[in-house]
Design a protein around this ligand. Structure first.
Ligand SMILES: NC(=O)c1ccc[n+]([C@@H]2O[C@H](COP(=O)([O-])OP(=O)(O)OC[C@H]3O[C@@H](n4cnc5c(N)ncnc54)[C@H](OP(=O)(O)O)[C@@H]3O)[C@@H](O)[C@H]2O)c1
Length: 256
């Protein structure tokens, strides 16, 4: 082979390599979804981040305090933002900070269960706070992020609710704050699913099962990774036709 042929062959190989690289890069960029997970420093939220980040998605994870989020900080290639749902200023600052970014999937996972509701005297302020964190802010925040969702491709909103918010399924009573806050979330999320259909945004109300987290306790039936793997599966099946459904982690329809 002449020197000229050798140079041409080398050029051809380099060009082919470059084309292969840019195609891989193209597929990588365009297949990735931006997934926002609210309340991601422990429990179910943290595992959502771990499993979604393993499949090459762009993750924005929120925590109340970055410095106290050791496990979250150890996960590579994710964005971490501070957000405290008890503070209007924090909610507004967060929304402004991601104003220009598309969100493909919004998972509102953060929630609370106050032990105060197990006492005989029910405290109004504690009840109101549980309503605020579990029901009111999830809907207000999602609505503030509507433009980001419209910029995305998947256009999915997932509210992590609870079977304990089901009125039909309440056979054991008690837990006034938690049950009523999750019922309110379900009701408002259902409205959102109807209102946003014309914007092609689908909404899912999802029960994770009874899971071994700080909230679920050690007697819970499910391990965290199993609940999350199954919920990710259910989220992948969400579309405009089944938008507004109240499902469990196995994709089973729950009673309202
Ligand atoms: N585990 C179960 O069996 C079960 C069953 C049904 C439904 N759920 C629902 O699943 C979701 C996750 O529960 P989990 O079991 O993972 O609970 P968890 O371990 O107690 O974690 C709750 C998460 O919510 C965040 N959060 C609480 N208050 C917040 C606030 N004011 N601002 C921002 N973030 C706040 C927490 O952040 P901090 O660490 O800063 O507090 C934490 O990241 C909740 O919505 C819960 O109601 C759980």
């Amino acid at each position: 082979m002449s020197n000229k042929d050798k140079i041409n062959k080398k050029r051809r190989l380099v060009t082919e390599d470059l084309l292969k690289c840019s195609w891989t890069y193209y597929k990588f960029i365009y297949k990735m979804s931006n997934i926002l997970i609210i309340g991601a420093n422990r429990g179910l939220g943290l595992e959502f981040v771990k499993q979604y980040s393993n499949t090459n998605h762009n993750i924005i994870a929120t925590t109340r305090n970055k410095n106290n989020s050791t496990e979250l900080n150890e996960i590579n290639n994710i964005d971490i933002a501070e957000l405290d749902l008890t503070s209007d200023a924090s909610v507004n600052n967060f929304v402004t900070s991601i104003e220009s970014q598309k969100i493909d999937i919004l998972i509102h996972n953060a929630g609370i269960f106050s032990d105060e509701q197990l006492k005989e005297d029910l405290d109004i302020d504690v009840w109101m706070n549980e309503m605020r964190i579990n029901a009111v802010i999830p809907i207000i925040l999602a609505r503030k992020l509507k433009n980001n969702l419209k910029m995305g491709s998947d256009k999915k909103v997932v509210f992590i609710s609870s079977q304990m918010g089901s009125i039909d399924d309440n056979y054991s009573g008690r837990f006034y704050f938690y049950r009523s806050s999750k019922s309110a979330l379900n009701s408002a999320a259902k409205s959102l699913s109807i209102d946003w259909k014309e914007d092609d945004i689908s909404v899912l109300i999802l029960h994770p099962g009874w899971v071994k987290t700080d909230m679920g306790g050690t007697s819970a039936k499910l391990e965290i990774p199993e609940s999350i793997t199954r919920m990710i599966n259910v989220i992948s099946e969400l579309n405009l036709d089944n938008s507004g459904s109240f499902l469990n982690y196995e994709g089973k329809k729950l009673e309202w």
